[in-house]
Design a protein around this ligand. Structure first.
Ligand code: FAD
Length: 279
């Protein structure tokens, strides 16, 4: 595991909160806002959920005392959404209050499609308490155009991503071409109608189109990218005056996140094998 973690550290700050805070400070020094995520998902044990709430409160307190720009992004199933969505909401409210006290946006990650409705429900309840709540939506899901419509009406912030979870053909697009087409269509909707959204992608085509749309429809938005991916592009966007945020995951439960990153870019598996062989 130590071997794997060494490779995973390209995408994961480390196992401890201090690792995430260090990477977040480094991102700030490069003109980038931090989007810190404590890794963990599918919790069914309330003790684990409640420890997650305490962890995020500590992250936000440390960001405040350390003068770190950015915020946190929460996974609903880490807050107990699989136990009960109202319970998950109750666990997120203290985190929302802490984000609100500092004027930070609170983001929700979007997990697999079984959780989409509950995530939207939780996001909407949080929005009733604070208007700076953002929710991730996934271009691979066929329902996303409707979800974006609804979130725009509710003045939620939206982070558009392609989607990291494998879903079935009845609800999701399966090919890269279809997903990219949906992403580009949603980008257009966001630039025309949304406010303060995030373009979550490393794909040069998506980013070029966002830049074109930004010229046609000047509106506040940010680029959001993952830690360890396309750093030169992040720098270029900052230099061009765009807002950029970096998703910084940390914690001992890094394996599922790491596996998703490897799966979407198989050449990383070869790089990893090579790095072990060369050791
Ligand atoms: C800030 C952020 C938050 C996210 N949150 C969620 C979430 O809540 N839920 C969810 O399901 N998914 C989330 N994701 C993941 C997302 O759904 C995708 O799985 C992931 O971003 C890969 O898609 P992509 O748009 O970057 O392009 P891809 O289709 O994976 O890649 C397209 C192209 O991008 C370029 N590229 C990609 N990676 C690299 C690299 N390492 N080096 C160089 N070029 C590269 C290459 O040109 C590649 O061909 C998030 C992503 C980001 C950036």
């Amino acid at each position: 595991m130590a071997f794997l973690l060494r490779f995973a550290r390209q995408w994961v700050a480390g196992e401890a909160m201090d690792d995430a805070l260090r990477v977040a400070k480094d991102a700030n020094a490069r003109g980038i806002d931090a989007l810190v995520n404590h890794l963990g998902e599918h919790y069914r044990d309330k003790a684990l959920v409640e420890a997650t709430t305490r962890e995020y409160l500590q992250v936000l307190a440390s960001m405040s005392s350390g003068g770190i720009r950015g915020t946190v992004s929460l996974k609903p199933t880490q807050f107990g959404a699989l136990i009960d969505k109202a319970y998950a909401l109750s666990q997120m409210i203290p985190v929302l209050d802490a984000a609100k006290a500092d004027g930070r946006v609170l983001w929700l990650d979007m997990e697999n499609a079984h959780t989409t409705d509950d995530t939207l429900w939780i996001g909407e309840r949080l929005l009733e308490r604070y208007d700076r709540v953002g929710i991730c939506v996934q271009a691979n899901l066929k329902r996303t155009a409707d979800d974006i419509d609804r979130l725009i009406q509710e003045t939620a912030r939206i982070r558009l991503v392609k989607g990291a979870y494998k879903e079935t053909a009845d609800i999701a697009y399966g090919t890269r071409t279809e997903i990219d087409r949906a992403y580009l269509k949603h980008l257009e909707t966001l630039f025309r109608r949304a406010r303060d959204f995030a373009v979550g992608s490393h794909d040069g085509r998506m980013i070029r189109r966002a830049l074109e749309l930004a010229r046609e429809h000047p509106t506040p938005f940010e680029f959001a990218m993952l830690q360890g991916v396309r750093d030169p592009l992040k720098r270029e966007m900052v230099e061009q005056g765009h807002r950029v945020s970096e998703y910084i995951p940390y914690g001992p439960n890094w394996l599922p996140y790491f596996s998703r990153r490897l799966r979407e870019r198989p050449r990383n598996i070869m790089t990893m094998i090579r790095s072990f062989v060369e050791d």
